[in-house]
Unconditional design. Structure first.
Length: 395
């Protein structure tokens, strides 16, 4: 056979083999990319060098579940991680952090938690929404931003200046919600934190508004809840003292105090306190009687410190839209029923009312127009402060 023909055929076969191999490789890459596309999010704004993380790499079958009744959401996090440093910045935001147990992360010369869960209240005068913040970051830092719909929540997943998921609008909630991390400054931290962050994001769910739905509708969150960081100054309060039963408490000057013999009744703002102090056998003073069986009741526990001792004041909160309800007066549109009760005789049998020092406090109001969130929160915080001011020397 002619030598030139042999060379030509060999070259042609080689070209076909190389071309076929290239086609197979490219198609495999394409197939892999299509498989991953639904489970990945771009890391940076450089479209030519996007890094992708397989969302299936992290198993969540044994993860813990965190449920927050106040803001109505739930999410999962690793069993070897923990929630830390819950903080309420009054009227502005609520935050809680997630990190591996007993572990801190180096960040800008200090120690930092891994992931931040945050709620930002929209009725705060200093509130800046996600749309504006994301635009600023995109313009200033060239971050990558994608619009994502996760479990019915539409928000922004961003990366390049920290990383996280921000949800600007949530049904019946007057706040913005986010899960973010600012510590992924090295490849090692990226590999450690990013898969976990993304799995937590994919686990987010906002609970159905079947409990306390009126509260969520009116205020976007539940009101009157005890929050760490709330502080009531009692330095200029008056003191009511009963030497006969070794009992005293402080109260604001605007409060009304009624001594009914076997109890003190305190009326302040929208609420009340009843201090039951049995003196003459089983005699009791008139007390508030709430419905207590409403379907919208939310179980709520206040953690109080009185005379250096810790107490749990069990109770419930409910705000009810009474439209169409025959039980209420025609002029009533909203019913507020907040109530807590506990015994000061912490280590004694209080089964018999005559031997108990019992405290009940809360709000019991039927109104036509919704109460102010600020007034409800202020009332409940003040009632707690009055109760915690008790000097109770049980004989």
């Amino acid at each position: 056979m002619n030598k030139n023909i042999v060379i030509s055929i060999s070259v042609l076969v080689l070209v076909i083999l190389i071309g076929g191999s290239f086609w197979l490789v490219k198609n495999k890459e394409k197939d892999n990319k299509e498989v991953l596309q639904g489970e990945t999010i771009a890391q940076s704004g450089d479209n030519k060098n996007q890094k992708e993380v397989n969302m299936e790499e992290t198993d969540t079958s044994d993860w813990q579940t965190y449920r927050n009744k106040e803001y109505g959401f739930a999410l999962k996090y690793p069993k070897n991680w923990e929630l830390r440093d819950e903080y309420y910045y009054k009227g502005k935001s609520w935050n809680i952090w997630l990190s591996e147990k007993n572990k801190w992360y180096s960040y800008e010369g200090g120690k930092e938690n891994a992931i931040l869960i945050s709620v930002k209240f929209k009725d705060n005068s200093l509130f800046i929404g996600a749309d504006d913040i994301i635009k600023k970051w995109k313009d200033s830092y060239g971050i990558s931003v994608e619009s994502k719909d996760i479990n019915g929540l539409t928000g922004y997943y961003y990366s390049g200046f920290g990383e996280g998921f921000i949800v600007p609008n949530i049904k019946n909630r007057n706040f913005e919600f986010s899960i973010t991390s600012s510590i992924m400054t090295t490849n090692e931290l990226e590999m450690e934190i990013r898969p976990i962050l993304k799995k937590i994001v994919r686990s987010i769910s906002f609970l159905e508004d079947t409990i306390d739905s009126t509260s969520l509708k009116l205020y976007g969150s539940r009101v009157g809840i005890q929050r760490e960081g709330d502080f009531t100054n009692i330095s200029d309060w008056l003191v009511e003292k009963n030497d006969g039963v070794n009992f005293s408490f402080s109260y604001p000057r605007t409060a009304k105090i009624t001594d009914e013999g076997n109890c003190y009744r305190v009326e302040y703002g929208l609420g009340f306190i009843i201090f039951f102090l049995p003196i003459e056998g089983d005699m009791r003073c008139g007390a508030r009687t709430g419905v207590g069986i409403l379907p919208d009741n939310v179980d709520v526990t206040d953690n109080l410190t009185i005379d250096g001792e810790k107490y749990e004041a069990l109770g419930f909160h409910a705000i009810v839209d009474t439209k169409g309800e025959e039980f209420f007066k025609p002029e009533t549109r909203y019913f507020y029923d907040f109530y807590h009760m506990f015994d000061l005789n912490k280590n004694k049998d209080c089964g018999n009312a005559s031997g108990c020092r019992r405290v009940g406090y809360g709000i019991y109001k039927e109104v036509h127009n919704p109460l102010s969130k600020e007034d409800v929160d202020n009332t409940m915080n003040t009632l707690r402060a009055i109760v915690e001011s008790v000097n109770n020397n049980v004989q």
